[in-house]
Design a protein around this ligand. Structure first.
Ligand code: CTP
Length: 481
């Protein structure tokens, strides 16, 4: 339900002095000026916003300069001459000024051909009816809503629709296909069939859009309350196959001898929603990288899938195979390649470990091992594993959740006792090389790993003396002592 607002109500919403000042400066220049787009939409949705877009019939830069001057010392002006826009930052608000434009794009480029236009021209070239409402700031018409495409009605009904023929709107800027899906996901709105069909028809045009703009939209979808809505729409219109074929490859069910496996695409987006819900329930801020880990956790399943006459479908090793896919996908999607990528890769690699623990017996050494490998990311790993239970059989879900509770309890006990999470073995590689007069070689790795394993498995005490005895024995065994 959106708020029904009269002009009087809108005047109340625009009661910050900055709107009056903009209107007065526009009047002084004898120009029309409107607040447009997302800010207006969000007034009706009752979502406070600090990003304000203003359009004026004439130069946006000139108006911005006047407004900044009038606001005085607290205001910061940035001018983007190439784009014909300017921004004024004032008291935590960001106001973008742009001159009303007529714009069209040549077929194979994002470079617009821009001409000055009227408010009507400007509204004709915007993306969606719900983003296409304007409120006048000039004194004589202050608070008057200009809504030529009945965006208010679409907002009320929860509909995503382009103002013009969608083929034109999307081909002008193909990123708008992703924006349409992003807004459908964020507000849980429905994309009208005409608009959705145009997305499917124009999907190939997304290839002219830069990776940076695409990932910006995908990240916004990822931070919605129910990102599954966005990913399912991307799958249905065929954009997923172009943007993220690794996820598309998980879609569908294959049946053999009457035995099907689950649709791993649907399972994946359910896991993603589960993670988001768990964060909310725990009062945590959304962790974008945990969301990406959830989306990618089963990527390896397409490659790992095999049929076994005795047990049916299997996906052995999909965790390892999936983890190997993360870096190339991050690179292609222009996601950051530092700690964020490592975190996702680690979670994908380890995501079966807690469930195997819960199923196959919870030994101290297995717990120590997971704690060591997950390090500080153990909580996120546990959240992912709990979210991974999407079975429809309530008894099964209960059994898993009960086992996870035991795993968590055991982890806490062992962590308190052994402090494994940020642990390093008491003898490091350098000392091993000095002790056995080795240069870097395979044997150093063998000694290092076997010491680590022995301590994690409880076969060697976690102290220098016992570690050195263990290492000497091992060095003897492999023939270097
Ligand atoms: N717009 C457009 N086509 C685009 C991007 C933006 O027509 N590809 C228009 C829309 O009218 C939009 C406005 O520019 O409302 C401002 O865009 P932007 O700040 O990116 O989005 P908002 O709609 O303000 O949404 P958000 O809440 O995500 O900031």
């Amino acid at each position: 339900m959106i708020k029904k607002l009269t002009q009087k109500d809108l005047i109340c919403h625009l009661n910050m002095p900055i709107f009056e000042i903009i209107g007065e400066e526009a009047d002084a220049l004898d120009r029309e000026c409107y607040v447009v787009g997302g800010y207006v939409r969000d007034i009706f949705l009752d979502r406070p916003s600090k990003d304000i877009d203003c359009v004026t019939v004439g130069s946006g830069i000139e108006l911005a300069q006047k407004v900044a001057k009038r606001l005085g010392r607290g205001a910061h002006l940035s001018v983007f001459r190439n784009f014909g826009t300017a921004q004024v930052k004032f008291k935590g608000m960001e106001v973008e000024f742009v001159g009303a434009r007529k714009e069209s794009y040549s077929h194979d480029s994002r470079k617009p051909v821009v001409e000055d236009g009227t408010l009507e021209d400007d509204q004709n070239r915007r993306d969606l009816t719900i983003n296409d409402m304007a409120i006048c700031l000039n004194k004589a018409r202050f608070g008057e809503l200009v809504d030529p495409f009945n965006g208010i009605d679409d907002l009320e009904k929860g509909l995503i629709r382009t103002p013009l023929n969608p083929d034109i709107t999307f081909s002008d800027d193909p990123l708008r296909m992703l924006r349409a899906i992003r807004f459908a996901c964020r507000f849980e709105f429905r994309i009208v069939p005409d608009t959705f069909e145009a997305i499917a028809r124009n999907r190939e045009r997304i290839r002219i859009i830069s990776g940076e703009r695409i990932i910006d939209e995908l990240n916004k979808i990822m931070l919605c309350e129910k990102p599954s809505i966005g990913w399912i729409l991307l799958q249905r219109c065929g954009l997923l196959q172009i943007i993220l074929p690794e996820l598309q490859a998980l879609a569908g069910i294959e049946t053999r001898e009457g035995r099907g496996h689950k649709d791993n695409f649907i399972h994946t987006v359910m896991v993603l929603d589960n993670v988001c819900r768990a964060e909310r329930e725990a009062g945590k801020e959304p962790n974008l990288w945990l969301h990406w880990a959830a989306l990618m956790h089963d990527f390896g399943k397409a490659k790992a899938k095999a049929w076994d006459d005795k047990v049916g479908w299997t996906f052995h090793n999909h965790d390892y195979l999936g983890s190997r896919m993360i870096l190339p996908v991050f690179r292609r999607l222009k996601l950051p390649l530092g700690a964020e990528e490592k975190f996702v890769e680690k979670l994908v690699l380890l995501h079966m470990r807690p469930i195997n623990l819960a199923e196959e017996g919870i030994t101290d050494s297995a717990i120590r091992r997971v704690l060591f490998e997950a390090g500080d990311d153990i909580e996120e790993l546990m959240m992912l594993c709990e979210a991974d239970i999407t079975s429809k059989i309530p008894e099964k879900v209960q059994r898993f959740l009960k086992n996870f509770k035991i795993v968590r309890q055991k982890m806490q006990e062992i962590e308190e006792k052994d402090r494994i999470r940020n642990w390093q073995p008491p003898v490091d590689g350098l000392e091993i090389m000095q002790r056995y007069q080795l240069t870097p070689c395979r044997e150093v790795g063998i000694l290092k790993d076997s010491l680590k394993d022995a301590i994690l498995d409880g076969e060697c005490g976690n102290n220098r003396e016992e570690a050195l005895v263990f290492l000497d024995n091992k060095a003897h065994e492999i023939g270097i002592l």
